[in-house]
Design a protein around this ligand. Structure first.
Ligand SMILES: Nc1ncnc2c1ncn2[C@@H]1O[C@H](COP(=O)(O)OP(=O)(O)OP(=O)(O)O)[C@@H](O)[C@H]1O
Length: 575
């Protein structure tokens, strides 16, 4: 029994939306295939009537009729091609957002190949829908009709065509059997090689500076050669089948004519029927031949369809949520346990604490203590394996993710920007950044003056790696991005790792103004300067809450070298 799959249902539902288009294509194909009979009928008339009667007028009249009918057939064929191309485009457009969202949501929590290939999979299905191969499927029901027509001319011819057709189908099945694995392997390995080259290119600076180019090349070359080998193998296999098909087709055509000629000599059939039979066979076998020729595309699309089903099954569509009012900056974390995706060990265990409006909480602890894990959980990216996070009384998943993002500002430990202007980056990629909000966020992050000093100010182009920006400048722009649109809670993961003294002071100023506005702030930190403005500390150790309370008290109780920390914090400077 086929397992119930919501993903498959979703894809089928979208496919059904183009049902009316497929009906049109079906009707057009019906008429076009009827008109396919023009060729054989013309031959029958020419050989058996025109040549017998030697009537030029009949030949001209018949030829004009054929030109007209072929013209209509051509128009119908062209039109159904256009309709199918649009059906494919419609399928893709209807699913683009859903698959894009699913890819992002899945990639945020797991290294899943189906999440990496989602959009390419969708494109492969769209290509198949718009391709002549699928149209051949509409012609396939005519194959038996054409074969029956040949049978009417003479049963022997019919059996020959039938045998030929059956052999072609057998070749198609063998092709599927033998080429499936090499073709999938070729796709997978070539995807891997191109991912690796992207990765290497993104790290070009480091690779160049550390003399790693040769080693990187050798690593990539292994992936590239594997992919090349698999592609050659896949081409060898499918190439052999397509040559076999071509040879068989040529042989069948001659065999039909030879057998036809023999039957004409035996006076069991007319010469017109011999030619018409050969043409009909060509038409009957054309869809099968087309399928074999384009088999790689068919396989890619089938694989794409299954991967999409898998992706959509794993990431169900988001249900609309009742919009909640803008929350107060009140965060309640109850017995929160987080197991990182793909792991079976919790990196945060039953952690409980509460953040009140206007409070800044410093989260401290050694490396691997679970600080970044907590940040990811509080932004709603990693779901709790146990316990709960409530924002102003509502569990985080009661807010739509995009809405939650506007309530919670997040500065990740590893900052990346996007290709675009500084303003677009601060406005979180909004296509029409609100200049007032952008400047307000930058001012709050004390990044305004720094941005104005850039060559084009807020319109300076930056890239994912920052482009012309320094690490500290990137971090300050990312802080402005976190503060964009006045989130009620701001989570800053190692916000000062790249900041100089001025940057650190700007950060502290930003935290002070957030507190004054009644917003709350969580700062994951290693460096004491970052927790200078915090009134409360949460100390994590191996994923558990080691201490929580007023800063002085926690420092006194938990941190052995507290005096040293106090001193450097007071200097507000770099360790
Ligand atoms: N994406 C992930 N997949 C699997 N395990 C993870 C992932 N991220 C973190 N972990 C694990 O969770 C634990 C806590 O890591 P986390 O990054 O939260 O620590 P941290 O306190 O932020 O450390 P640091 O101060 O070095 O940034 C570690 O044991 C780490 O191996």
């Amino acid at each position: 029994m086929v397992k119930h799959s919501p993903g498959r249902e979703e894809l089928r539902k979208v496919r059904r939306e183009s049902r009316s288009l497929y009906w049109f294509v079906g009707i057009f194909s019906f008429v076009a295939n009827m008109l396919m009979l023009t060729g054989p009928l013309y031959m029958l008339q020419v050989y058996d009537r025109v040549l017998g009667s030697r009537s030029e007028a009949t030949l001209v009249a018949l030829s004009l009729l054929v030109v007209f009918l072929y013209g209509i057939m051509g128009i119908l064929d062209h039109t159904r091609g256009r309709i199918m191309a649009r059906a494919g485009a419609r399928f893709q457009a209807a699913l683009d957002k859903r698959v894009f969202d699913a890819m992002i949501r899945r990639s945020a929590v797991a290294q899943d190949p189906v999440a990496q290939t989602g959009l390419a999979d969708l494109e492969s299905v769209q290509r198949l829908i718009g391709s002549p191969v699928l149209m051949a499927a509409f012609d396939l029901p005519w194959t038996p009709i054409f074969l029956a027509g040949i049978m009417l001319f003479h049963p022997w011819l019919g059996f020959l065509a039938l045998g030929g057709g059956a052999t072609l189908v057998l070749i198609t099945l063998l092709n599927q059997l033998f080429s499936r694995t090499p073709m999938l392997q070729a796709n997978v390995t070539s995807h891997k090689a191109s991912l690796m080259s992207d990765e290497i290119r993104n790290e070009a600076e480091m690779i160049q500076s550390m003399g790693m180019r040769g080693a990187a090349f050798r690593r990539w070359k292994v992936a590239r050669d594997t992919s090349l080998g698999q592609t050659v193998l896949a081409n060898d296999v499918s190439g052999s089948f397509s040559s076999m098909t071509k040879t068989l087709r040529l042989f069948l055509q001659s065999a039909m004519l030879g057998l036809g000629a023999y039957l004409v000599l035996q006076e069991e059939m007319t010469a017109g029927a011999m030619i018409a039979g050969s043409i009909l066979m060509g038409r009957a076998l054309a869809p099968i031949e087309m399928a074999i020729g384009q088999w790689a595309m068919v396989q890619r699309a089938v694989k794409g369809w299954h991967s999409l089903v898998d992706l959509l099954d794993k990431v169900p569509a988001e249900q609309p949520r009742t919009a909640l009012p803008k929350p107060k900056a009140l965060l309640d974390v109850q017995s929160l346990t987080i197991v990182p995706p793909g792991e079976n060990r919790a990196s945060l265990k039953t952690v409980t604490f509460r953040v009140e409006p206007g409070q800044a909480v410093g989260v401290i602890g050694p490396s691997g203590a679970g600080k970044s894990t907590l940040a990811r959980a509080l932004t709603g990216v990693w779901r709790p394996a146990g316990g709960m996070v409530r924002l102003d009384g509502a569990a985080l998943d009661q807010y739509a993710p995009d809405v939650l993002g506007t309530h919670i500002g997040y500065l990740p430990q590893r900052v990346t920007l996007f290709d675009g202007t500084v303003a677009e980056n601060i406005a979180r990629l909004s296509p029409e950044p609100d200049p007032e909000k952008v400047v307000a966020a930058a001012k709050k992050a004390a990044a305004h003056d720094m941005i104005l000093r850039l060559p084009d100010g807020y319109d300076t182009k930056v890239t994912a790696g920052g482009g012309r920006l320094s690490g500290g400048q990137m971090q300050r722009i990312a802080l402005a991005r976190a503060l964009y649109d006045d989130p009620v809670i701001v989570i800053l993961d190692e916000p000062n790792s790249n900041l100089d003294n001025e940057g650190s002071q700007a950060l502290n100023h930003a935290i002070r103004s957030l507190k004054a506005e009644g917003r709350s702030c969580l700062i994951m930190a290693h460096r004491p300067a970052a927790i200078q403005e915090c009134d409360t500390l949460l100390m994590l150790d191996q994923g558990t809450r080691a201490a929580f309370g007023p800063k002085e008290k926690v420092l006194r109780e938990m941190v052995a070298n507290h005096e040293e920390l106090q001193r450097s914090a007071a200097m507000g400077g770099v360790r």
